[in-house]
Design a protein around this ligand. Structure first.
Ligand SMILES: [Fe+2]
Length: 357
């Protein structure tokens, strides 16, 4: 993967297209935010001379049927390059189209049994327009079948090019900036304490937090190009970190709040994370994280994180959200992420953990 990082890096796209003699582009974008958010202006500027087909026929959490529609369209277009421009959903969608287009047929079984090695005839470029998911730096993609979330993982899902340009996030509304930023911070923290973490992923996680933590409150209150750039870079490094380590229990629990209570992904994760900031770190040295948050201990880190959530308008407690469905909330958790969490919990321990802030 070649990464182009920093404000104005979108200008590199033109060189990449020329160098690789790209003539035909398949553009996967969100339906509205691509034009309303001003992103189309930047992209069309650098696409001149290329034929392109634009595909936007998919929902926020892409379903397998959406992927099939995309594949039909890409087989017709036969592009040299697929470009995914947007938030996590648009980038995941383009990853799925890129990698599944070579399959003879795709159904639930194909997804469950995982991606196999196969020849791919075109390249993939990802251009995030939110600073949160880090999908531009990971080798996994999420797809929903009958409301259930599946995550595909394969080395060839990693894009050939990532363009991480804060200017493309400049029109993001404050609430989206807040919850996508909290997703990136949570991904970096979860990555740091994950059982799957190694030296490299931990250094990416800390680098991410160094960009994100001092910037998040300011970028929500009064965004500047410099702050947007820091959030974009932080989100990219958090993506690099979870690409190695994967995420842990706060992410696993968050999906219930998204599917049952419609919280955007990052918001849901930010609601769950504080419950684990002390419970997950008892045995672990998290001094570098404490230093970045400018606190002395895990309980202080929890207080500080909650203060940030309040300041950017996202704070909610589980007590206040859940309505007699604590059991369902706990039972919905993905077992794979349980294994990646540094601490194991029994069901009763979860119940008491979630009972109070
Ligand atoms: Fe996330």
């Amino acid at each position: 993967m070649k990464s182009y990082l920093g404000n104005f890096s979108h200008r590199e796209i033109r060189n990449i297209l020329q160098k690789n003699q790209i003539k035909n582009v398949f553009l996967v974008t969100n339906r509205n935010s691509f034009t309303a958010g001003g992103v189309s202006h930047y992209i069309f500027q650098v696409l001149n001379g290329c034929d392109y087909v634009r595909f936007s026929d998919f929902s926020t959490n892409p379903k397998l049927e959406d992927v099939k529609k995309g594949i039909e369209s890409v087989l017709e277009c036969k592009p040299d390059l697929i470009i995914g421009v947007g938030g996590g959903s648009a980038m995941d969608m383009s990853k799925l189209i890129h990698h599944l287009a070579g399959y003879e047929s795709i159904d639930q079984e194909t997804i469950i049994s995982g991606i196999k090695d196969h020849k791919i005839n075109n390249q993939l470029m990802l251009i995030p327009t939110t600073s949160g998911s880090g999908s531009e730096a990971t080798r996994f993609a999420v797809v929903y079948i009958d409301g259930k979330k599946y995550s595909l993982h394969h080395d060839t899902i990693l894009p050939d090019y990532s363009i991480v340009d804060g200017l493309l996030t400049e029109k993001l509304p404050g609430d989206v900036t807040a919850y996508t930023g909290i997703d990136a911070i949570s991904q970096a923290i979860e990555s740091y304490w994950a059982n799957g973490a190694d030296k490299e992923s931990k250094s990416y996680a800390l680098k991410a937090l160094e960009y994100l933590v001092p910037s998040i409150c300011d970028v929500v209150a009064a965004p500047t190009p410099e702050l947007r750039e820091k959030m974009a870079l932080g989100s990219f490094y958090a993506g690099k970190a979870i690409d190695i380590s994967k995420t842990t229990l706060p992410h696993a629990f968050s999906y219930y709040l998204t599917t049952q209570y419609s919280f955007p992904h990052g918001h849901a994760v930010g609601i769950v994370l504080p419950y684990f900031l002390v419970a997950n770190t008892g045995e672990m040295d998290i001094t570098p994280i404490l230093r970045i948050f400018n606190v002395q201990s895990p309980p202080e880190l929890k207080t500080r994180f909650i203060a940030i959530m309040k300041k950017i308008g996202l704070y909610r407690s589980l007590e206040d959200i859940l309505q007699d469905d604590m059991e369902d909330f706990i039972n919905a958790v993905n077992l794979e992420r349980l294994r990646n969490n540094p601490v194991t919990f029994t069901k009763d321990q979860f119940i008491s953990l979630f009972a109070h802030e």
